[in-house]
Each structure stands twice: as structure tokens, then as C-alpha cells.
Design a protein around this ligand. Structure first.
Ligand SMILES: Cc1cc2nc3c(=O)[nH]c(=O)nc-3n(C[C@H](O)[C@H](O)[C@H](O)COP(=O)(O)O)c2cc1C
Length: 186
């Protein structure tokens, strides 16, 4: 079993990572982490070359996502809310999935992407709701990753007062999310 994880927090020991760690500690199989703030992933510049050629003009750490996405079993997005959205750096990473869209729309390529289970972890200080970020995650799951079953989002939305590592409800949801992702019968 393979799980591809997109992390959108710059903080190495922050709230996102506290919940993510709780999940990954229980995950079976292989996990691959895409760190939006540390990996070398250039944002899409809409050069439109992918309308004509396969792949992307940028050759960077995004390659592992292109390689793993068709075959992995699970995808997980874990991020803090920034202005009620996913952090820009993570959106930059997702912008590079545009070449998949181009392959379908402009080059008529049929893509074989294994159906996946999905998970979402969002944290927030408490000022600005998660709806926009959830909508973005679900769009990305649906249109770019072929996620067929998504676990209810795990959220800790009051981290200004209660750090995620002390949010018992969110931690319990992390345990359930790990079980869901491990369930190969889904
Ligand atoms: C630029 C910026 C924008 C933020 N916007 C929001 C927001 O809209 N809603 C919210 O609840 N928290 C917001 N926060 C607070 C973070 O989401 C919160 O502190 C979170 O727990 C940080 O997670 P991390 O430790 O994993 O990075 C923002 C923080 C920053 C730095």
C-alpha cells in the first residue's frame, strides 16, 4: 500500500505535523511526503507546452508526484488554513497538476489513475473558516487524483488556544482516518 502525502505547513513541529504524525504512525505500507515548503517544486507558469508535449517543462521534485499518482492507493492533504484557504505554497504544488488536465483536454490522452482513498487534515488558529480550503481539496481529489472515497475531514480549528497535539477529538479522528486509509477493502 502506498500513501502520497502533501504537507502545506512551513512549521516542522507545528499543529499540522502533530496530527499528520498521529496518522502516519499508524499507516501501513509506504508513505511518500511532498513538503510544499521544502521540496524543489516550481509553480506552474501557464507556458502551455503541456498542451503539446507530455509532462512539464520543469524537471524538479514534482516528478515523484507524476510517477506515484497513477499507482498509489491513498492521498492525504495536511495543511494549516491561510486566509481560509490552503497555503499558497501548497497551491503552487497543485498548480503543477495542470499538465494532467492538458493531457486530457488538449491531447485527448486517456489517463489511468488508480482509484484512491483520500484524507484531509486542516488546522486553524480560529479566525477564518475551512470551507474554501475544503472545496479546493475536494476539487483536487476529484479532478486530478481520482479519489473515490474521502474520509470526513479531520480538523483542529482553535489552535490559538488549544494546540492540535492536545485536541483530543482531532487526535481520535486521526486514528479513524488511519484505519480508513489502511482498509484495502474500501
Ligand atoms: C498567513 C497566515 C494566515 C492564516 N489564516 C488563518 C485563517 O484564515 N483561519 C484560521 O483559523 N487560522 C489562520 N491562520 C493560523 C494558522 O492556521 C494556525 O496557527 C495553524 O495552527 C498553524 O498550523 P501549523 O503549526 O501546522 O503551521 C493563519 C496563519 C498565517 C501565518
Amino acid at each position: 500500500m502506498k500513501t502520497l502525502i502533501f504537507v502545506g505547513s512551513p512549521r516542522k513541529t507545528g499543529d499540522t505535523r502533530a496530527l499528520l504524525q498521529r496518522v502516519t504512525a499508524q499507516l501501513e505500507g509506504e508513505t511518500v511526503l511532498v513538503d510544499a515548503y521544502r521540496d524543489d517544486i516550481h509553480p506552474c507558469i501557464d507556458c502551455r507546452r503541456c498542451r503539446e508535449i507530455k509532462g512539464c517543462v520543469f524537471h524538479d521534485d514534482m516528478q515523484q508526484v507524476y510517477d506515484l499518482l497513477p499507482e498509489c492507493d491513498n492521498v492525504l492533504i495536511a495543511a494549516p488554513l491561510y486566509f481560509s484557504e490552503l497555503p499558497g505554497q501548497l497551491l503552487n504544488v497543485f498548480s503543477r497538476l495542470q499538465c494532467q488536465y492538458s493531457a486530457r483536454r488538449f491531447r485527448g490522452e486517456k489517463q489511468e489513475i488508480k482509484p484512491k482513498r483520500g484524507g484531509i487534515i486542516l488546522v486553524g488558529g480560529g479566525n477564518g473558516g475551512p470551507e474554501n480550503a475544503l472545496h479546493t481539496c475536494r476539487d483536487i481529489f476529484r479532478y486530478y487524483m481520482n479519489v473515490k472515497g474521502c474520509f470526513p475531514p479531520v480538523m483542529s480549528l482553535n489552535t490559538d488556544h488549544v494546540p492540535a497535539c492536545e485536541d483530543e477529538a482531532a487526535l481520535a479522528q486521526c486514528d479513524e482516518l488511519a484505519q480508513f486509509l489502511n482498509d484495502t477493502n474500501r
